[in-house]
Design a protein around this ligand. Sequence first.
Ligand SMILES: [Zn+2]
Length: 291
Amino acid sequence: MLDYFLLKTLHRIHPNLIWREYARKSKKILYESHFILSFDCDTEEDIEVALGVHSKLQEMGITPVYAVPGELLRKGEKVYQKIYQTGAEFINHGGREHTYFDTVHNRHASCFFYDQQSFNILKEDIFLGHQALQDVLGITAKGWRTPHFGTFQKTQHLEFLYRVLKELDYQFSTSTIPIKGYQYGSAYKSNHITEIPVTGMFGEPFNIMDTWAYFAAPDRVKTPGEYKEASHKLAAFASDHPILINIYGDPSHIHDQPDFFQAMQAIAKIAKNVNYTQFLEMTDENLRHIR
Ligand SMILES: [Zn+2]
């Protein structure tokens, strides 16, 4: 296994070496590039714009996957039921809301970080999210995304998580940071759960390529144009090397951003759009098992 320091060194020599390493591992399970787009819908603003964003993407041949906290799934049930009926996959994203509206700064802020809760509360939250998907959409979820997963990456966090997911008979989680992809490939098995790491920025492969960084963070230094540029570079790389592109964002960040839709189009042109279940059906038997 390549450790963190070796990967960092590779990156200092040339960022492309990291992507080559990712491609080398992905090649073992993929013969062509695939693209999964998932949306975390963490606010009520997402409910307002989700269907519009969804329809626009479907016209481009892309069907996103949805991760909606249970409380918001219930609040937006009409919208999410409509989206579900178009064939979109939904995964469990916990029960409680994990953002709040900060009236002092007039913007949404994060709360309910998983690394700051007891395991009992976390287990309850995972079950609440599971129940909400059953109640609102009538489905038994098979996949999971940890709320604010960047701070929930320690071995003991993930071991706990996979134990609870196994108890619920889940198949997969997509809750790890990009470095896991460079270490183990596009997807790997750990404690009976398949983990699918999210994709990093092309020029900064250790940072998550999310819409927050480019379109929404109040202190952002990146621009929508740079998101499009990074997507084009990623697409160019993926056209030469079979990899999984596993990008996520929030609909409210990008609903009125042409650069986002152009970026998705560029990726979908060279990488086949699938959802997590379809991706697993294709790769499952060849996945590597790690501890
Ligand atoms: Zn979230």
